[in-house]
Design a protein around this ligand. Structure first.
Ligand SMILES: Cc1cc2nc3c(=O)[nH]c(=O)nc-3n(C[C@H](O)[C@H](O)[C@H](O)COP(=O)(O)O)c2cc1C
Length: 382
């Protein structure tokens, strides 16, 4: 299964094409729209998200609510387009002057994109923008719906924002609290401090980053492979996560903490239970060994850097005069960590779903379900 996306931040629409979905899979537009709505929310988001109200339209590959096996084409309209029609017009009538950017923002793709593609900065930032992640959420939601049919659950939480760390010891209604929290944290005290940190950042024209954790439950052992570098599941997940704008680090299980511990304190002892098969007594590996899922929940952490557009801008160099000036300010988020959590849930769902479709016969959903059940029975009978 593969996908491509297209579309500029202020262009008419975002486009996506998924190829390789099994035929006969039920897809709900409502579920996709709900995920798109969650991506738009969260403390610290800028004015753009008040203009947009993202909804998906299907253009091909779906009939009567079920996939046909043909490529699934999706679109999301940019409501802001009406304000940019002249600037973003594809023909000669385009106004190339009025929104020209000559003062590249540090931390963004502006300068390096301008140098590499020898084109105006606006042509770079329009595509580098995280507006593109709306389509990745829509595509990931299709994958998520496939996973949910198989009983696989993907969920995420924010574990830190701007240096404020949330307590993550899971109790009874832990995930309910995460779901009800605007910050996607289960720790009300941390949440309160995050609001304060956001207010301080806003006051100073600053921005904030944070840490996001993603969990995948009910994944059988054996997704991914040890045999080749580009088939390793942790490598694929890391690539998907790091491809999301502003993600600067990813770790699995106890991650960097493993460097400080002894081997016996890191590796997860194996146990056996008749009728259930093999499992581990701990999950420091985060569910992946040798590039393959090992049957335990997959746990990954991602680091998001602070948003690069600053309302108190850093120094930059004017592309024509070469003078030191302040960087440009595009309307911007101050913090997008909770929104990025939604994006990471969906890019993770994509990788897991794609691995499942690579492993099992999947021309049709019925064949996939049968093979999936047989394989899970085999694992339990070991
Ligand atoms: C959900 C989300 C929203 C974002 N919003 C903004 C924003 O409003 N302004 C901005 O400058 N960067 C924003 N970013 C980050 C930039 O898109 C990103 O830093 C930039 O494209 C450079 O890529 P890099 O940080 O991966 O190197 C956002 C990222 C995500 C995931």
């Amino acid at each position: 299964m593969r996908f491509l996306t297209a579309g500029e931040s202020h262009g008419p629409k975002l486009l996506g094409i998924i190829e390789g979905l099994p035929a006969g899979l039920t897809i709900s537009k409502h579920v996709i729209d709900e995920a798109l709505g969650r991506r738009q929310k969260g403390p610290g988001r800028g004015g753009r998200m008040q203009i947009e109200s993202d909804q998906v339209n299907f253009l091909s590959g779906l009939r009567g609510g079920r996939t046909t096996g043909a490529p699934l084409a999706l679109e999301i309209l940019n409501r802001d387009w009406v304000n940019w029609e002249k600037v973003m017009a594809w023909g000669e009538e385009a106004d190339l002057e009025s929104r020209k950017v000559l003062t590249p923002r540090p931390g963004h793709a502006d300068l390096v994109g301008n140098l590499k593609y020898r084109t105006e900065v606006r042509n770079i930032l329009e595509r580098a923008s995280a507006r593109e992640t709306a389509m990745r959420v829509a595509i990931g939601s299709v994958a998520m719906q496939l996973l949910n049919c198989l009983g696989v659950e993907v969920k995420g939480q924010v574990t830190a924002v701007g240096g404020i760390k949330a307590r993550t010891l899971e109790d009874r209604d832990y995930w309910q609290r995460v779901g009800n929290s605007e910050w996607a944290v289960a720790d009300p005290q941390a949440e309160e401090r995050m609001w304060q940190r956001l207010a301080e950042a806003k006051e100073k024209g600053e921005s904030l980053g944070g840490v996001i954790q993603i969990q995948v439950h009910n994944v059988p052992a054996g997704l991914g492979s040890h045999v080749q570098w580009d088939r390793k599941l942790d490598g694929k997940l890391a690539q998907a996560v790091l491809s999301v704008q502003a993600m600067k680090g990813v770790s699995f299980g106890i991650g960097f903490e493993a460097a400080d511990r002894l081997g016996s304190e890191v590796h997860d002892p194996i146990q056996y239970c008749k009728g259930r098969g093999y499992s581990h007594t701990s999950n420091n590996a985060g569910g992946i060994e040798g590039g393959m899922s090992n049957g335990e929940p997959i746990i990954l952490q991602a680091v998001m850097k602070p948003i690069p557009t600053l309302y108190s801008p850093l120094d930059t160099v004017h592309l024509e005069t070469k003078e030191v000036v302040q960087a440009s300010v595009e309307r911007s988020d101050i913090c997008a960590v909770p929104a990025a959590k939604v994006v990471l849930e969906h890019v993770t769902a994509w990788v897991i779903a794609a691995e499942i479709l690579a492993k099992f016969p999947a021309d049709t959903y019925v064949e996939l379900l049968k093979a999936w059940q047989d394989y899970n029975d085999y694992l339990h009978a070991q």
